[in-house]
Design a protein around this ligand. Structure first.
Ligand code: 0O2
Length: 212
């Protein structure tokens, strides 16, 4: 087999394992969502999405971080090849979900970046967890890293617009737009706080028999 073909097949296999890891995590989240809906007639999970890092983006990150281009080294050092994003209703849901997922027996939380408590300088807010999850293959069990991003609808709205602007300006957003985005992040944050307060007030006022 020639070297190029071997590399392509190796990369396809490498990515396939991350796809399996995404499917494992998605199943766990969907179970939590369905169970919550069954018990409470609503779910704190608004929607869930996933993405597999593109080979270009994987190579770019490896180059940027001086990571050797071997599958072993990539899997040990690039922890967001598999990504799952959970968008929830309220900020407290984000922490609740992180706790629920992180406490499952076969999940190991490798790292937590709490950009909700400590937003990025541009205003980005989200709770990031790197988890390790086993995938059960025909001849082995592999432990795979998955990056979980958990954020509210308002944080997600902000992040998706900022992401588009970031690419539109080729990673160099003009200062005036940066300032507007930072202001918008503060507005989104106030909205989250207000919505959560209203939600708590209403929950408090609904008699228990009809609220659960
Ligand atoms: P994509 O297209 O979403 O996959 P890195 O920045 O990747 O070198 P690290 O430590 O892996 O370093 O990153 P971190 O801080 O955990 O964030 C990784 C992901 O979080 C990003 O993935 C984004 O999805 C999201 N993110 C982080 N900061 C921002 C931000 O300022 N704005 C927005 N909109 N998203 C952010 P990718 O691979 O960059 O992008």
């Amino acid at each position: 087999m020639n070297e190029g073909k071997q590399l392509r097949e190796g990369l396809a296999r490498f990515m396939l394992n991350y796809q399996f890891a995404i499917e494992e995590v998605m199943t766990k989240i969907n179970i939590l969502k369905t169970e919550f809906e069954h018990l409470h007639d609503y779910s704190p999970i608004e929607h869930v999405s996933s993405r597999l890092k593109s080979p270009e983006s994987l190579l770019e990150k490896a180059r940027r971080r001086d990571i050797p281009l071997t599958f072993e080294s990539l899997s040990a050092n690039v922890l967001d090849v598999a990504g799952v994003r959970i968008v929830c209703s309220f900020q407290s849901d984000a922490y609740w979900l992180a706790k629920m997922i992180g406490s499952q027996q076969d999940i190991t939380v490798v790292a937590i970046k709490d950009y909700i408590a400590n937003p990025k300088p541009n205003g980005y807010k989200s709770l990031h967890l790197i988890v390790r999850v086993p995938i059960f293959l025909s001849e082995s069990i592999q432990n795979m890293h998955v990056e979980l991003q958990i954020r509210t609808v308002a944080m997600d709205f902000w992040a998706s617009l900022e992401h588009k602007i970031y690419y539109k300006y080729d990673h160099a957003i003009p200062a005036s737009i940066l300032a507007e985005l930072k202001d918008a992040a503060a507005v989104a944050s106030r909205l989250d706080t207000k919505m959560e307060r209203i939600h708590e007030d209403v929950q408090g006022k609904i008699p228990r028999s009809t609220s659960s």
